[in-house]
Write a protein that binds this ligand. Structure first.
Ligand code: FPP
Length: 246
């Protein structure tokens, strides 16, 4: 089982931790509805869970965590919900800046940032700049991210390199392509977890998830706990990954 890394971190006993976990943070709306609350309350509760799970992942020694916070399709939601979410991102990322620093977390944003308000764009740039030299966990925050648009963006960048004579068509391979993705230089996710009971990828890490293991869970994101993450990792650890071999 050489794809599993045995790690020891803090008070957490030696355990098998995948190198890269992706999480589709789903179920905020249903969590709120169940309680007779507005959807915004579900997003606020989901943001607290985001904070808790980032801290836990860093503590157990995970090397890369990618969270799906806002898809290229999420702009279709009612304007008030989109505005609320943008405010929440600003608030949480601002608050988390110090925490990321203390925990030696490097933050990378996956997605097209140009659609965000100037304030949010500035905050994102500040966080990326401050955390650039960090050597602990890499936290990828997918915001205004879509797997298909990421692939098109990579294809355009490659086409442009070919046009400019910087790259020959024959030299295009999987490595060249992967290096044009937002996740450039990072390993593919070993495990993607989707809480909330939905069983689909929803345009998340399409290229990178070619050989990813999926764990779907019935818990709604605001209720997702450290224990749920442990359960998902245990399920992953019991899988037999063959990467197309035998
Ligand atoms: C999907 O649940 C959730 C989102 C589109 C927003 C995710 C955002 C957070 C968890 C906030 C914290 C993130 C950061 C980076 C601070 P849904 O609303 O689609 O739930 P539903 O399917 O039950 O309606």
């Amino acid at each position: 089982m050489n794809w599993l890394k045995k790690q020891k971190c803090g008070s957490v006993p030696v355990k098998q931790v995948p190198a890269h976990i992706g999480i589709i943070m789903d179920g905020n709306g249903r969590w709120a509805k169940k309680r007779g609350l507005p959807r915004s309350a579900g997003h606020s509760a989901g943001a607290e869970t985001f904070k808790k799970i980032v801290q836990y992942c860093s503590k157990i020694g995970l090397k890369h965590l990618t969270v799906y916070a806002f898809s290229t399709e999420n702009w279709r939601r009612p304007a008030a919900e989109v505005t609320f979410l943008m405010g929440l991102f600003e608030q949480y990322l601002n608050d988390a800046l110090k925490d990321f620093e203390q925990r030696n977390i490097k933050v990378v944003f996956l997605g097209d940032k140009s659609a965000f308000s100037p304030n949010l764009q500035r905050l994102i740039a500040d966080i990326e700049q401050v955390s650039q030299s960090k050597t602990g966990m890499v936290l990828n925050v997918a915001m205004n991210y879509g797997g298909r648009s990421e692939i098109i963006r990579a294809a355009k960048a490659i086409a442009s390199d070919v046009k400019d004579g910087k790259l020959s068509v024959e030299a295009i391979d999987e490595k060249v392509f992967a290096d044009k993705l937002y996740t450039e230089g990072q390993p593919d996710p070993d495990l993607i977890i989707r809480p909330s009971g939905e069983k689909r990828l929803s345009n998340f890490l399409l290229w990178q998830s070619a050989y990813t293991e999926f764990v779907f869970m019935n818990v709604l994101w605001p209720d997702f706990s450290e224990k749920d993450l442990d359960l998902a990792i245990d399920e992953y650890a019991a899988r037999n990954r063959r990467f197309g071999g035998v």
